[in-house]
Design a protein around this ligand. Structure first.
Ligand SMILES: [Zn+2]
Length: 272
């Protein structure tokens, strides 16, 4: 009975995070690799593909790979050898986009997470203040097969003026979108729609988001059915509390996940 009361109290809390797809899409594989295209010279920022990959890997190790309640591990993939110019100039089209994007104008289909420096100022980066753009672009049902991250490499791009640490934070924010997380209402969160370059650690809402999408272990009453495990001794209080929130706030979360990728992408362009 004591634990049941605790469930009720915890379930009264509300999360602020949203998801980047309206179908709660996640990568099926819990080990997702990060690649940078070989033709991403990032001329404005003056960084090579190998340097950009290092920045991204350092970013995930500083942020997303630190969450014990998440089963997801983001890993170094490598340099994706390609000469396809659409990585550099193509439009990022969301899978449910209402636009007229097609394969002749959009960035190529990918697997895992692929980062490219892109200078399309017409469709992707109409302002130099935009840092990046990201979305799952290849899905199979509710499973993400591939996501694209475009870094603004247009003239006078704000990204090119960031410190390395700030670039790590921005890459981590965009990778958050790539794995299925939308924007948070919490201004201290890495996934807040702006100021991601100023973040040095995940906020609780970021931790809740990745733990919801990629739960490590639901050993409390994570789902309604799991409530019958009241008497099971739990070794990790944080896991247990999160599990309680997962189960009893599920209805609220399903409502949160109603944003279309297209709308999310537009919001992301407000980064400054
Ligand atoms: Zn964003």
């Amino acid at each position: 009975m004591k634990l049941f009361i605790l469930c009720l109290l915890v379930s009264s809390q509300a999360w602020a995070f949203r998801l980047s797809t309206n179908i709660n899409a996640t990568f099926a594989d819990k080990n997702v690799k990060i690649f940078v295209t070989s033709n991403s010279t990032c001329t404005q920022a003056g960084i090579s593909p190998a340097e950009l990959l290092e920045i991204a890997v350092d970013g995930v190790n500083k942020f997303w790979n630190t969450v014990p309640t998440s089963s997801l591990r983001l890993e170094r993939g490598g340099i994706l050898n390609t000469t396809n110019p659409l990585f550099l100039t193509g439009i990022l089209c969301a899978s449910d986009s209402e636009s007229t994007c097609d394969v002749t104008t959009s960035v190529p289909a990918v697997t895992d997470i692929v980062i490219a420096c892109n200078n399309n100022t017409t469709d992707n980066f109409p302002s130099a203040s935009y840092l990046g753009l990201s979305a799952p672009t290849v899905l199979s049902g509710s499973k993400i097969k591939g996501s694209i991250i475009l870094i603004n490499d247009s003239a006078a791009s704000a990204f090119s003026k960031l410190s390395r640490s700030e670039m790590e934070s921005v890459l981590a924010h965009e990778i958050g979108h790539a794995i299925g997380i939308g924007h948070s209402n919490k201004n201290e969160a890495l996934m807040y729609y702006k100021n991601s370059d100023k973040m040095h650690r995940l906020a609780q809402d970021d931790i809740d988001a990745i733990s919801y999408l990629y739960p490590n272990k639901l050993d409390g009453c994570g789902l309604f059915g799991g409530i019958i495990n009241f008497n099971q001794k739990n070794k990790n209080g944080n896991n247990f509390i999160l599990s309680l929130i997962f189960g009893l706030s599920l209805g609220l979360l399903l409502n949160f996940a109603t944003k279309h990728i297209t709308r999310h992408v537009k919001t992301d362009r407000q980064l400054s």
